[in-house]
Every structure is written in structure tokens, then in C-alpha cells.
Design a protein around this ligand. Structure first.
Ligand SMILES: [Zn+2]
Length: 598
């Protein structure tokens, strides 16, 4: 039972079977329904509600005198509501509802909202055919739009309910049973209607079973408790006073009421969701926040849901956002904004690959110039550890870089970073300090001059140099030399390969050979950090202290994560008695690594 913009609330029918027959000949009081009473609240004004009722063929068939019955039911409900919220029953209009096939209540609610914009009425209610059994499950008997104008209610299945009751009340006469059944049915219909109308006025579920806003129906339910009645009254008064001009008046009133009059009996999750939702709505009205532009086909209520989904995503709640948007997806198959959003949320909520592909491909068809669906597919492939697919999708998005928003560019840059595609990351993340720093360090560390390696092979190159260095560190020198020769065939004389070979020769203590390789690497790419570091070691070995310090400082500046370089440099500064330089270096180390230089 979700409350809120997509509030789904229903009451369940199960309760009647409990314990009725164990009292011998005594009247089983548990099955006698409670009398429903108002909870009087002092309200500023009294209004009359205009209601349009839609009745589907199933309901009409099961209730031949439906119009009369429903008038009576609405009359009873508003006799409870009038003293409670200050709204009595006004005109009621009946229409036949030739609704589309489909028997799920959320779908019916959406259909009803699409059918009738409710411009000239206060509530639009749909009554639909009964289930073939006595509902025991919440969500099965009614559904309402929280703080909205719409509710759908099911008829009750007479035959099934009577059978159930018969089993419980074997000792009662047929006449008594029929009369009791009639009272129970009236009670259940009335409580269900009041329950759903309650949701349309912001009421949340309550703890305890004997109140109208309890999540499940019970024959003992008799009233709204005071806190709920006052909340509904605040919502109704604000809604009727403001009319259509100012929907946010009602949101503000409910928000303020909940803040000023907190009550522990409300379902906490629903209350938190309601408050977050309303804060978002009010804020976006105040700031005139425009999210994604929405096509004119999207109806007002659905716009709200769309905006709610945007805000939930921004609040880090992608699963809730998806739930909010989901009813709109099939309803607006040709609305680009809805379909692009569905692709965004499917990825953010971690839906399965097939669903993501379906959503994002539809978005691409409708918004071919928009890079977002491809970016989302890239993110999804990345999460599924499919780098080749991720690369292809990111490349497709990258082709539309010029038209991308700063936020999307940043996300694309992050994908490229994850893929190790440095050049593409630099392009997408142009102006982004973090990306620029990462790219510079990676180029320096693996000796990859700009343009030296094609973008699509950058990640493979980085991995290859990393593997080469592993062989060197493991002192598998002949194998490393063989690997280096292969890499040169593939990547040419990339600086990182020579720097790795320089490292190899340092370990072999073949210092002149090492020096020649490192110098070659730096000539090719002056920012090769590892080569600077190794030259620092070689200069130190040759007791060229000043030159060594220069190379080491340069190595650190290029790749601040090069931990070894700090250690060697600090040793040199200490030995030379250069206290200031040594202190500066130790400070930089601590800032970088969060601990003291060993
Ligand atoms: Zn409910």
C-alpha cells in the first residue's frame, strides 16, 4: 500500500472469519459491523463536493440498481465527512465507463485520470466489477491518488461474501444471516470509500486495526481518529478555498499541518515519504524549477508524478523514482521526455539488462539527437562488466558531445575514466579538475603522450604497461624484454615501454643502458613520471644530488601518488641538511596519503 502520488491504498476483506463461531448459541458480536461515526473538526467553511462517478459494465451487471445504491453510499460517506472535513455532498453525475481491458487497480486509476481531467468536479470516482472471491489482500479493493481527485473502488462479491459468512454463522437463521450480511456489506462499502477518500486528502495509514485508515479492512472500523480527521480537514479546506489556481496551497497546508501536529499513529514510512514529496513539490513551485521539458500530451497529474520521480532520483532514491514513473511509461509510449526518463531511471535503479535495453532503445528512437540514452546504456554495460559494449555506447554518446549538458558530460567523462580511455575522458571532462588531474597522472605514470595511442586502445595500452612492469618487478627479465618487443610492434615507441625497460636495466644494475632508455622515454614524452623517478635514482647513484632532486620533484609533481619518489627525495634532502625542503615534502606526503612519511 503505497501512499503518495502513486498512492495505492486498499482495504482488505479478510477479517470476517475470525473467531465468530466459537460462542455456542450466543450472538457472535465480532461479526456485527461497527457503526461508522464522524470525528467532528471545527472548520473555517463548509463546501459542497461535486462528484463524477464512472461505473463499468461489470459493476452495472452485478448491481442493477447501482445508481441508487451509489447515491446512498456517497450520501452516507459525506454525512461522515461533512462534520469531519467541512465538505458535504453536492451534485453527483453518473457516467458509464467503457473502460479498456485490464483488471489491475493502478492501471484503472491511470485510465480514469486520462479519461476525465476533473476540471469541473472535486472527485472522480470509478466503480468497477467485483473480484470472483472475497479479497483478503490489500490493494485489491480500492486505490486512490494521494492528495488527488481520483479513486477507483471495486464492488463486493455478494455470493462469495455470503458463502464465507455462512461458514462462520452456521447457527443463525437464514433471515438473520441475510440481514447481518446486508449490514456488513454496507459497512464495508462505506469504510472502503471513506478510506480511499481519506487518501485523496492526504491521510496516511494508521497503526491499530479499528480505524478507517488502518491498512486492512475490519468490521470493527468506525471512524477516523482525531489527528487524521484534522489533517484531512486541513487538506480539504485548503483545496476548496484555493480552487484550481493554486494546487500548492493544499500541499503547503498538509505539510504545515504534519509539522505542527505530529502524531505517532501514522505509518512513519508513509509520513516521511509524504513530507519529502510535498517539500519537493513546494520547493519546485517556489523556485520555478524546470526539470526536463515535458510534452503537452502529459496530463497535469502525470506531470506531478514525473517531477516527483526527478526529485526522488535527485534525492538518491532511484527505486522509488522508478516506481513513481512506471505507470507513465506505457501510457505515454511516444512521449520522449517520459521515455528518456524511463531509460535514466531503469539504469539508476539497476533494472535488468533486457528492460534497460528496451527502455533506452525506445528513448533513442524518440530522441535521436539526445546523447543520454546511449550514455545510460554505456553505464549499464559498464556495471554489467561488458567494457566493449560500454565503449561502443559511450562512443555513440560522445559523438553528440557538443549538445550535451554539463552534467551529462561529467557523467560521460566518468564512464571514459572507468574504461581507461584517457583522451575521451579529457574531451568529455574538459574543464573538470578531477578528470584532468586523473588523466595527467595516468599519462605520466604509463608514458602515454597525447595522441600516442588511439583512444580505443588506451585502456589496453595502460593494462599492457602495467603487466610489463609486473614482469620487471618479478625479475622475469627475458620475458619482460620479449613482451616489450611485442608491445612496441603494437604501440610503437611509446614512452611507457622504454621507461619499463629502463626500470629493468636499473634492476640489472646496467646503469648506462638504463639511463639511455629513460632519457629516450623523456625525450618522447617529457611528462613520463616513472622515467623521471628512475633518473632520480640513477643520478643519486652517480652522486649528482641536485639533478636527482630535480627529477624526483618533477616525478612527484607529475604523479602525486608516486610514493617511492617522496621517500628517496626526503632521504636526499635529509642527507643534504635541507630541512625546509624535507619538511615541505613530508607535508605534501601527508596531504596525499593521510599519514606520515615513513
Ligand atoms: Zn489505504
Amino acid at each position: 500500500m503505497r501512499v503518495l502520488a502513486s498512492l495505492v491504498l486498499a482495504a482488505a476483506a479478510a477479517g470476517c472469519a475470525s473467531g465468530g463461531s466459537s460462542h455456542g448459541g450466543a450472538r457472535p458480536v465480532e461479526v456485527e459491523p461497527a457503526r461508522v461515526v464522524a470525528t467532528p473538526v471545527t472548520t473555517a467553511k463548509t463546501y459542497k463536493a461535486r462528484i463524477r462517478v464512472y461505473v463499468d459494465a461489470g459493476y452495472r451487471g452485478q448491481n442493477p440498481a447501482h445508481e441508487q445504491q451509489l447515491r446512498r453510499l456517497l450520501g452516507a460517506a459525506f454525512r461522515i465527512l461533512e462534520p469531519t472535513i467541512g465538505v458535504g455532498l453536492g451534485e453527483v453525475e453518473f457516467r458509464s465507463w467503457e473502460r479498456q481491458a485490464g483488471s489491475d487497480l493502478p492501471g484503472m486509476l491511470v485510465e480514469l485520470e486520462a479519461l476525465d481531467p476533473a476540471d469541473d468536479v472535486d472527485w472522480v470516482l470509478g466503480f468497477v466489477d467485483a473480484l470472483g472471491h472475497v479479497a483478503a489482500d490489500a490493494h485489491q479493493l480500492g486505490e486512490a491518488r494521494a492528495l488527488g481527485k481520483y479513486a477507483v473502488l471495486r464492488g463486493l462479491n455478494d455470493a462469495a461474501e455470503v458463502t464465507l459468512l455462512d461458514e462462520v454463522l452456521r447457527g443463525m437463521s437464514e433471515h438473520e444471516r441475510q440481514a447481518l450480511y446486508g449490514r456488513r456489506k454496507q459497512h464495508k462499502e462505506l469504510v472502503l470509500l471513506l478510506h480511499e477518500l481519506g487518501h485523496t486528502l492526504g491521510a496516511m495509514h494508521v497503526t491499530g486495526t479499528d480505524r478507517i485508515m488502518a491498512p486492512s479492512y475490519e468490521a470493527s472500523q468506525s471512524s477516523f481518529e482525531g489527528p487524521t480527521a484534522r489533517l484531512m480537514a486541513a487538506a480539504a479546506q485548503a483545496r476548496f478555498a484555493a480552487g484550481k489556481r493554486e494546487p500548492e496551497a493544499e500541499w503547503r497546508a498538509v505539510l504545515e499541518h504534519i509539522r505542527k501536529h505530529p502524531w505517532s499513529g501514522w505509518n512513519e514510512d508513509e509520513r516521511d515519504r509524504l513530507v519529502t514529496e510535498l517539500e519537493g513539490r513546494v520547493k519546485s513551485v517556489e523556485e520555478g524549477t524546470a526539470g526536463m521539458p515535458l510534452g503537452s500530451r502529459v496530463r497535469a497529474d502525470d506531470r506531478e508524478k514525473f517531477r516527483a520521480a526527478e526529485r526522488l532520483l535527485a534525492a538518491g532514491r532511484p527505486a522509488d523514482a522508478w516506481e513513481e514513473l512506471e505507470p507513465l511509461i506505457d501510457f505515454y509510449p511516444d512521449e520522449a521526455s517520459v521515455q528518456v526518463m524511463s531509460c535514466r531511471l531503469a539504469v539508476a535503479a539497476g533494472k535488468d539488462g533486457a528492460l534497460i535495453a528496451r527502455r533506452c532503445e525506445r528513448a533513442m528512437q524518440l530522441a535521436p539527437a539526445d546523447a543520454e540514452p546511449q550514455l545510460r546504456l554505456a553505464q549499464s554495460s559498464l556495471a554489467a562488466k561488458e567494457p566493449a559494449k560500454a565503449y561502443a555506447a559511450a562512443e555513440a554518446a560522445h559523438g553528440k558531445l557538443a549538445g550535451m549538458s554539463p552534467g551529462l558530460k561529467k557523467e560521460l567523462a566518468a564512464v571514459w575514466k572507468e574504461l581507461g580511455a584517457v583522451t575521451r575522458a579529457e574531451e568529455a571532462g574538459s574543464g573538470d579538475k578531477e578528470i584532468a588531474g586523473w588523466a595527467r597522472a595516468l599519462r605520466s605514470r604509463y608514458g602515454m603522450a597525447p595522441g600516442a595511442v588511439p583512444p580505443a586502445r588506451e585502456a589496453a595500452y595502460v593494462a599492457a604497461v602495467r603487466d610489463l612492469l609486473k614482469l620487471v618487478y618479478a625479475r622475469k627479465f627475458p620475458e619482460a624484454e620479449k613482451r616489450a618487443a611485442l608491445l612496441k610492434k603494437e604501440y610503437g615507441d611509446a614512452a611507457g615501454i622504454d621507461a619499463s625497460l629502463c626500470d629493468l636495466e636499473v634492476r640489472r644494475k646496467k646503469y648506462p643502458a638504463a639511463r639511455a632508455l629513460c632519457e629516450k622515454a623523456i625525450k618522447r614524452y617529457p611528462d613520463e613520471a616513472w622515467a623521471h623517478y628512475l633518473l632520480g635514482l640513477l643520478d643519486k647513484h652517480d652522486q649528482k644530488t641536485a639533478a636527482a632532486m630535480q627529477h624526483l620533484e618533477r616525478a612527484i609533481a607529475l604523479d602525486p601518488e608516486l610514493e617511492n619518489a617522496y621517500q628517496v627525495a626526503a632521504g636526499l634532502y635529509d642527507a643534504a641538511g635541507k630541512k625546509d625542503e624535507a619538511a615541505k615534502l613530508r607535508k605534501a606526503y601527508k596531504e596525499q596519503f593521510g599519514r606520515d612519511l615513513p
